[in-house]
Design a protein around this ligand. Structure first.
Ligand code: EPU
Length: 349
């Protein structure tokens, strides 16, 4: 990708940087040493310095999927590598290389205005491009893995850059090789592959209902119409982090065996679930939490969002421990009532 020619090789160091506006939970956090990464070449020397000083370190993208402690000691790498460029095009596909620091939703908008449809179902997901392969973001019947050709990352074990193919990334529901190996990789660029043959995907219940209510023709909606629909549905269901701090779904939807599902459905015939691979079932965590009576509940400064029980919100001055105390209560209640374990989705640093 074309990068600024004279960009400095050493990243800018910002001491004691407040990160309240750089984490969507809106937690009061101070980073002892923040380094602004604007190009991949800055990473090897910085990682050397970090190793020499034995600093703890972590990468922060959009801060939309993390729970941060009041002080982040050591080094915090602010991922600001930008830029997007079509690198290759053949009869069937277009390839787009994107910097890890690009804002995800802005990228989705950009692809639509550049006639590269495919990501419209993933509109309005907060965060940066570099974070998307880590937890394989997904919404409304689409996962980002379907569009990723490869991911380039600095491998802190071998101290070299590596390009991992889609297969190497081992994508699964909210999971990947990067998530399985925390603090090994620093994602710098993602290569997306857009098939030229585009198909509307509106089978997901909320979207299907939206278009059934709206449309009086049998024609498939356009990518832009799907984008607009997803934005509207998400805005209605999920709190805007600029207004009330949150990190989207706080728990993963738990996957249970067919056997456990059969026992559950007998006892709780209204339980909401979706088929999963190998006969397993994915349960709607939001439903389980809602049934345990948590919707709108508050504990200290943390609360369960009143319109969607899967989302924990910051009512103003919450700390990481307020949020985690509430999460623990929810996990215990769901375990007790349904015998199901809920895993926390955001990374706890
Ligand atoms: N439900 C309730 N009460 C609630 C919330 C949900 O009964 O308070 C029921 C709903 O009625 C519905 C079911 O639970 O029948 C599922 O709810 P919903 O569709 O709202 O959410 P989800 O399928 O569990 C997932 C993703 C979201 C993504 C949506 C749309 C996970 C953990 N979450 O939610 O992702 O936007 O599907 O595809 O997989 C995120 O990861 O941050 C995120 C928002």
């Amino acid at each position: 990708m074309n990068r600024a020619k004279n960009a400095p090789l050493s990243p800018k160091l910002i001491p004691n940087l407040g990160l309240k506006s750089r984490n969507t939970f809106g937690l009061e956090v101070s980073a002892e040493r923040a380094f602004e990464i604007t190009q991949p070449d800055q990473i090897p020397a910085l990682m050397d310095e970090i190793a020499r000083n034995q600093w703890a370190w972590r990468v922060l993208g959009g801060g939309s999927n993390v729970i941060l402690p009041p002080v982040l000691s050591g080094a915090t790498l602010l991922m600001n590598i930008t830029g997007q460029e079509v690198t290759q095009e053949d009869v069937s596909d277009t390839y787009l290389l994107v910097g890890a620091g690009v804002n995800w939703h802005e990228l989705v908008q950009w692809t639509l205005t550049h006639n590269l449809p495919g990501l419209e179902n993933l509109a309005l997901i907060p965060g940066t491009v570099g974070a998307t392969p880590i937890q394989n973001i997904g919404a409304y019947g689409v996962e980002v893995a379907q569009y990723i050709e490869s991911v380039t990352a600095f491998d802190t074990q071998s101290n070299t850059f590596a390009t991992l193919s889609n297969k190497d990334c081992q994508f699964a529901y909210r999971d990947s090789h990067f998530k399985q190996n925390p603090n090994q990789y620093i994602v710098t660029e993602v290569l997306f592959k857009f098939p030229k043959a585009w198909q509307a995907r509106v089978h997901y219940a909320d979207l299907a209902k939206y278009f059934a209510d709206q449309s009086n023709t049998d024609q498939d909606p356009s990518p832009q119409e799907i984008f607009d629909a997803v934005c509207q549905i998400r805005t209605q269901k999920l709190p805007d982090p600029k207004v009330i701090g949150n990190a989207g779904s706080f728990f993963q939807n738990p996957i249970v065996s067919a056997e456990q599902y059969n026992t559950l459905i007998e006892k709780f015939p209204n339980i909401v679930s979706y088929p999963d691979t190998a006969g397993k079932r994915k349960l709607a965590a939001g439903w389980l939490i809602d049934q345990c009576g948590f919707k709108g509940k508050r504990l200290a400064e943390a609360g369960v969002y009143e319109k969607q029980a899967l989302v924990i919100v910051n009512h103003g001055e919450a700390s990481a421990s307020d949020i985690l105390n509430l999460a623990r209560q929810i996990q215990e209640a769901v375990q007790k009532q349904y015998g199901v374990t809920l895993d926390i989705e955001p990374n706890i640093l």
